[in-house]
Design a protein around this ligand. Sequence first.
Ligand SMILES: Nc1ccccc1C(=O)C[C@H](N)C(=O)O
Ligand SMILES: [Zn+2]
Ligand SMILES: [Zn+2]
Length: 208
Amino acid sequence: MGIWIDISQRLDENVAVWPGDTPFSYKVNWSKVESGSVNVGQINMSLHTGTHIDAPFHFDNDGKRVIDLDLDLYIGNATVIHLPNRTSIGVNELSNLNLQGVTRLLIRTDAWKDRSEFPQTIPHIQPELAAYLSELGVRLIGLDLPSVDPLDSKELSAHHELASHRIHILEGLVLDDIGPGNYKLAALPLPLVEADGSPVRAVLKKLL
Ligand SMILES: Nc1ccccc1C(=O)C[C@H](N)C(=O)O
Ligand SMILES: [Zn+2]
Ligand SMILES: [Zn+2]
């Protein structure tokens, strides 16, 4: 029972991209008039646009590519928690929540207010949180933000710490209307063989 709720950003020319990164575009590259039968479209985009997953190759030259990722990470039970008005998210912010046995943790921060513009600052994940989450059994962390690290970070400490604790990353979710609780999540990456990331269609269904 229950309906699937779309928690993905829409992909059109208004979607915000990382400063300097490839803008999103779609065009009919071969029109019905030209082909005689069909419209055939083409998209051009950065793989880190909108709602997407990071493959470890994004920040580690020896890391897994999208095709190597375990699909079980991206389908199954997920817990949503609400942590508004934080400058960063660490063990302190989570210590009063019971997250035992949570495999997929989605954090609603509400910090990215105008999604048509790339944010100036975001609350980042404290790298120390990775060990704590992995101890609880978390394998996927998802956020309503474009990164788990500060936007000007070059070290990407949270990305690396999460990866070294086998926790995968889902970014750019839309959780504005999603209350805390337990859900079913599906957010499958495309079967991109070499890629460092993939757009996903992320959906949730409330569990009773
Ligand atoms: N698309 C980019 C273009 C330029 C520089 C960084 C990025 C990123 O996406 C990195 C970001 N720290 C991330 O969480 O994936
Ligand atoms: Zn990314
Ligand atoms: Zn990232």
